[in-house]
Design a protein. Structure first.
Length: 586
């Protein structure tokens, strides 16, 4: 009797099903490996972009927080105004200016003060919108007298003479200002032992009628908001963000202490190397080591890299230097363990594996139909992950399912949409418009389309004045309204994007000729001349704002994206220069 083989022992159903089941399992393993690899590549790309965005967000917030001090000092002592010859005689005028100065950024710049070489002192401390304390030393010696007042012109009341003598000429802020070569200077960061907060003081040297240094105006900037900003930055569960000085001392950190108590009950600032948080210390050491190995050194453009911490875990880091124009040698660092970024991929991979196992069991009963559905959906997700990993963000996967696979697909769609959308205005962002222009150029070349297209570069006039006079909240509202107005003024198919700050770029999908583009520009300029609703409640009736539009026509003005944008920007600038009162437009 011949020996029976395994195939002989199996039933016909088993014989037909088993090879398919093995094929399903093999395909599941292959797709899982591809998805995992594509997911890792995607996570590495997106995590780098996330870290760059986080560092940029911190940098912008720091510029707003720190940069406001210059506006406060300018309000207290406008450029060109000489130091007072007689403090008592000019007290009312200085009170009024100091009140207005502390109204510019009352949180955090609620204290403005001035001392001169004769020992005179005046300081205004705002407790609330209407209540303040005036600190005076008009005689040039002895203690100060403190007064309470309500409102900008309120009567001085409740005088109190201090017990200790306050000598402004001996204070670090006064001596720093006189020793610094520039008129504006920062004092070193110091600890306020009453509040245990870090503080830095911005100073402005004030000259007399002949330009000789006569006194110093100053305002304190508490840095507790820096810690609040860093703590509120949601990168991941185990991420850290910090701001450090050039010598490594912490200005703020999202977690862990930045001060330590000495034996005498005093407080000392911590260096990042001394932080009890291992990730803070490790990330700072890695950035310092990388900075020392790079010839160009730290720059203001964020950079990213990865390193292994003391436990062998991979950590991704983004870092950049704070804009030197602010006068502060600070570095921003954000660090996230790579495992945090991969957690979502791991969960999705587990979900996919569970679904694949179930699909294999169902395949044993239902056959090729179910197998085709599962493998098709998995292949689409793997292709979507691979496209994102390759930087293709405008081809979202189709979402047909409501299970875990559909959730994963929708997460890709949402992720791609966020990467192409400006978070403030809801318009397309810089990456989206650049990609769209590139695609339009390729379309023109491949199809030989006789219809040219146009690129407009738009710069909103007087935006800096709006921010300085009415605050960044009003400025953000203005940008949103501008975006809505531009979007409502173009055709379906045209694309409006926020390029940077108060700059927008518009792609006119097709125009007949340059006259057609000029007509579109005239229409847009007319729409922007109407008063802005976001300024109605804060700006005076005669406050005028508008926008300047520059045009570049393809292919006459350029045959690549960079050339088109440069031409449109130059055209916009030329039109802006030709406008009256252009010096006041920014």
């Amino acid at each position: 009797m011949p020996k029976r083989t395994l195939s002989d022992r199996l039933s016909l159903r088993s014989l037909l099903t088993l090879p398919y089941a093995v094929l399903v399992l093999a395909l599941v393993l292959l797709m899982g490996a591809l998805s995992w690899r594509a997911g890792r590549e995607t996570v590495d790309t997106l995590s780098g972009q996330l870290l760059v965005e986080a560092v940029n967000r911190i940098a912008v917030s720091l510029e707003r927080h720190v940069g406001g001090a210059d506006a406060v000092l300018e309000a207290a002592f406008p450029t060109g105004i000489a130091a007072p010859d007689n403090l008592a005689r000019e007290l009312d005028a200085m009170r009024a200016r100091f009140w207005l100065a502390t109204s510019v950024h009352r949180d955090p710049n609620n204290y403005v003060y001035y001392g001169d070489r004769r020992g005179h002192f005046i300081g205004l401390w705002r407790f609330s919108e209407q209540e303040a304390e005036l600190r005076l030393r008009t005689g040039g010696e002895g203690p100060r007298t403190l007064y309470r007042l309500s409102g900008i012109a309120g009567a001085l009341r409740s005088p109190v003479t201090e017990d200790k003598i306050f000598e402004p000429r001996e204070r670090p802020w006064y001596q720093t200002a006189l020793a610094h070569p520039a008129a504006l200077a920062w004092t070193p960061v110091y600890v306020d032992f009453k509040t245990q907060d870090l503080i830095v003081t911005r100073t402005k040297r004030i000259g007399n009628d002949v330009g000789e240094p006569e006194g110093v105006a100053a305002t304190d900037l508490p840095l507790k908001q820096v810690n609040a900003l860093l703590a509120g930055l949601s990168l991941s569960e185990n991420a850290v963000a910090m701001v450090v000085e050039a010598d490594g001392r912490l200005v703020g950190a999202s977690r862990g202490a930045h001060l330590r108590t000495l034996a005498a009950g005093e407080y000392e600032r911590l260096n990042a190397r001394q932080s009890p948080d291992a990730l803070v210390a490790g990330a700072y050491a890695a950035v310092r080591q990388r900075d020392s190995s790079e010839a160009e050194g730290l720059g203001t453009a964020p950079r990213t890299f990865s390193f292994d911490d003391a436990d062998g875990r991979a950590v991704q880091v983004g870092y950049a230097r704070v804009d030197p124009a602010l006068g502060l040698d600070w570095t921003i660092i954000a660090a996230v363990p790579r495992a945090d970024f991969l957690a979502g991929v791991q969960r999705s991979f587990v979900h996919a594996a569970v679904l694949a196992g179930l699909a294999a069991l169902v395949a044993l009963a239902l056959g090729w139909a179910v197998l085709g559905i599962v493998t098709r959906e998995l292949r689409q997700l793997a292709d979507a992950a691979r496209r994102v990993g390759d930087g293709v963000l405008d081809e979202p996967p189709e979402v047909h399912r409501n299970d875990e696979l559909g959730e994963l697909a929708r997460s890709f769609v949402d992720m791609q949409k966020r990467l192409l959308t400006d978070q403030l205005t809801g318009l397309s962002n810089r990456s989206a418009i650049l990609r769209r222009i590139e695609d339009r150029i390729l379309q023109q070349r491949r199809r030989g389309d006789r219809w040219p297209f146009a690129v407009m570069f738009i710069d909103f006039d007087r935006f800096k004045i709006i921010n300085d006079r009415f605050g960044h909240g009003v400025g953000d509202a203005v940008l949103k309204e501008i975006g809505k107005r531009l979007r409502a003024s173009v055709r379906i198919g045209d694309l409006v994007a926020r390029y940077a700050g108060d700059e927008f770029v518009l792609l006119l999908e097709s125009v007949e000729n340059r006259a057609d583009a000029e007509a579109a520009r005239a229409h847009l300029e007319a729409s922007m001349r109407a008063p802005l609703d976001s300024l109605a409640s804060v700006a005076p009736p005669d406050f005028q704002a508008g926008a300047s539009f520059g045009i570049a026509l393809y292919p006459d003005d350029g045959q690549d994206t960079e050339t088109l944008l440069k031409h449109a920007d130059a055209d916009m600038y030329a039109r802006k220069q030709a406008q009256p009162n252009d010096a006041d437009s920014h």
